[in-house]
Design a protein around this ligand. Structure first.
Ligand code: PBG
Length: 330
């Protein structure tokens, strides 16, 4: 329905923008602390907080400091934290067995967070890239990323994360059939209440660069991920992927990256009306921060505007490295 609109001068849009009070009164969308999921990087050691060069203000933290950060995030009201491991190169292998080691870095971090900040939801990453020598998200044979063999590995990884206390499993691997395989394994293992947020529409994007530095996968990765991540030119395919994942038992769905794919967020929300999230990825964060550091844009204002855009596009929440910086402002 098109709103009825009198002609000028009966209608003057500037009336509703005249004062701050009127602008607030007519504001359509708002960002809340409840919309935030904070992605964090965990590394080995103790008492370590190491900056990620390509992501100013973002750190790799040892397990003890991740737990402390989670306590602070919980105190700020951030509802969820998402753990990504920087795995030592010596623990990476062809078969990626470290991925389902119950005591790997990620699982130790999950346990430490649940102990220190029981009220914050812990989300995980399910993909093999932090554990493989080649930096691909799946098992490889002769230059091909294998689908069905990878599913078995992803299921083992999922169960280890659920055993460690994860609340939300986050498959970012883009293999076909993973949601169904993970869902039935979780049910079978008694983890019936563990949720899955599927990276349903994940694009083969140039905007993941800084993240790959953060998890130490950049140097290992040869080539690209185009045989499993989506073609940036496609939109309808995203809707088919979301439909597929919901049918296989996903509880929430995600679009990634965020800002270049706001049209996809909007289409997913309108088509399915399910909990829909966007990942404001490392490259989006790095672009804003780099411009702000050069004095070319106002970083705080760009942060707020970029996050509000996700709400306007229909998202229920955002994975963002800005979570702890924006939470106190909300
Ligand atoms: C890997 C994974 C990636 C991100 C999250 N999980 C990178 C990739 O697919 O290569 C990117 C997140 C970001 O850029 O902030 N499974």
């Amino acid at each position: 329905m098109r709103p009825i609109q009198a002609a000028f001068p009966a209608t003057r849009f500037r009336r509703n923008r005249r004062t701050d009070a009127l602008r607030r009164l007519t504001q359509e969308n708002t960002l809340s602390v409840n919309d935030l999921i904070w992605p964090v990087f965990v590394r080995a050691g103790e008492g370590i907080e190491e900056p990620v060069a390509s992501m100013p203000g973002v750190f790799r933290r040892s397990v003890d400091l991740i737990a402390r950060a989670a306590v602070e995030a919980e105190a700020m009201g951030i509802p969820a934290i998402c753990v990504f491991p920087y795995t030592d190169q010596s623990l990476r292998s062809e078969d990626c067995a470290e991925a389902w080691n119950p005591d790997n870095l990620s699982n130790r971090a999950i346990r430490a967070i649940k102990r220190a900040a029981p009220g914050i939801a812990v989300m995980t990453d399910v993909a093999l890239d932090p554990y493989s020598t080649h930096g691909q998200d799946g098992l490889m044979q002769g230059g091909t990323v294998l689908n069905d063999e990878t599913l078995e590995a992803l299921v083992k990884m999922t169960l280890a994360q659920a055993d460690a206390g994860a609340d939300i499993i986050g498959p970012s691997d883009m293999m076909d059939g993973r949601i169904g395989a993970m869902r039935s394994a979780l049910e079978g293992a008694g983890h019936k209440d563990v949720a899955i947020m599927s990276y349903s529409a994940k694009y083969a994007s140039a905007f993941y660069g800084p993240f790959r530095d953060a998890v130490g996968a950049s140097a290992n990765l040869k080539g690209d991920k185009k045989t499993y991540q989506m073609n940036p030119a496609n939109g309808d395919e995203a809707l088919r992927l979301v439909a597929r994942d919901l049918a296989e038992g996903a509880d929430m769905v995600m679009v990634k990256p965020g800002m270049p794919y706001l049209d996809i967020c909007r289409r997913v929300k309108e088509e399915f009306r399910v909990p829909t999230y966007a990942y404001q990825v490392s490259g989006e964060y790095a672009m804003i921060e780099a411009a702000a550091q050069n004095g070319w844009i106002d970083g705080d204002r760009a942060m707020v505007e970029s996050l509000l855009a996700f709400k306007r596009a229909g998202c229920d929440g955002i994975l963002t490295y800005y979570a702890p910086r924006i939470a106190p402002l909300l």
